[in-house]
Design a protein around this ligand. Structure first.
Ligand SMILES: [Zn+2]
Length: 243
């Protein structure tokens, strides 16, 4: 009997400790959340898609570097900036990989790979998507960043306007007008954008896109454009609505 009492006492003490720790951690989270909630992307899940990867290098720059590398470097920075604004980035890839095994995939590989990206983003219920790419053209004089949205998506167009305004602060971007684009990845959600950061076929622009300083400012501009998109409008605020 004495043994039984001891076991009961120890179990009770342990349960008490667990309860205390659980309540303490809950209290801690609640104490932190007011600060988090004032961040502009708080509660938002943002898809960040570094274009291409693995067997698919994308285009090749004038100095022979694959587009996939530029896309990943910029996308990782965009993700960091989203986090800094309180949002949750969901990456389709964070390393140099494709979302299929090209040796085991038959048929239209590119489509299947993009289907896997879209499935990943939709399972994560992303509120918006930025797909990061670099452009190229046979004539090297062409340059400039450009945003593409799905033709049937008012949300995509609105997001493009917000990012356009944010990117306008980057003089070196030589920003082009946003345009509709028939890119398959844009089917992942309504507020979806494909961001062509610049032309790797233009030597000056490739140099710019290689610069850590410019990449950082570009990533900050993309994140602040997202924040502007999710900022409550005065009328919505009054109605208590949210995006
Ligand atoms: Zn691309």
């Amino acid at each position: 009997m004495e043994e039984m009492r001891k076991i009961k006492a120890v179990t009770g003490l342990l349960l008490g400790c667990i309860l205390f720790l659980a309540l303490y951690s809950l209290w801690d989270v609640q104490a932190m959340s007011p600060q988090l909630q004032v961040l502009p992307l708080y509660g938002k899940v943002i898809g960040v898609d570094p274009g291409h990867g693995g067997y698919d290098g994308g285009c090749v720059s004038v100095t022979g570097v694959a587009e996939k590398e530029y896309n990943l470097a910029v996308a990782l920075l965009v993700g960091e900036e989203i986090r800094a604004l309180g949002g949750t980035p969901v990456f389709t890839r964070e390393t140099d990989k494709a979302l299929i095994d090209p040796k085991k995939t038959t048929g239209y590989k590119k489509r299947k790979e993009l289907d896997n990206r879209i499935a990943l983003l939709q399972e994560a219920h992303v509120d918006a998507l930025v797909s990061i790419h670099m452009n190229n053209y046979t004539v090297s004089k062409y340059r400039g960043a450009q945003l593409f949205y799905r033709a049937d998506s008012a949300e995509g167009e609105q997001l493009a306007l917000c990012l356009q305004e944010a990117l306008a602060g980057l003089e070196e971007a030589h920003l082009r007008e946003p345009s509709c684009g028939d890119y398959y990845i844009l089917n992942a959600c309504d507020a979806a954008l494909l961001v062509e950061c610049g032309f790797l076929s233009n030597p000056e622009e490739e140099k710019l896109l290689s610069s850590p300083d410019y990449r950082q400012r570009l990533a900050e501009a993309v994140a602040s454009g997202l924040a502007a998109y999710f900022a409550p409008q005065p009328a919505q605020e009054a109605a208590g609505g949210e995006k």
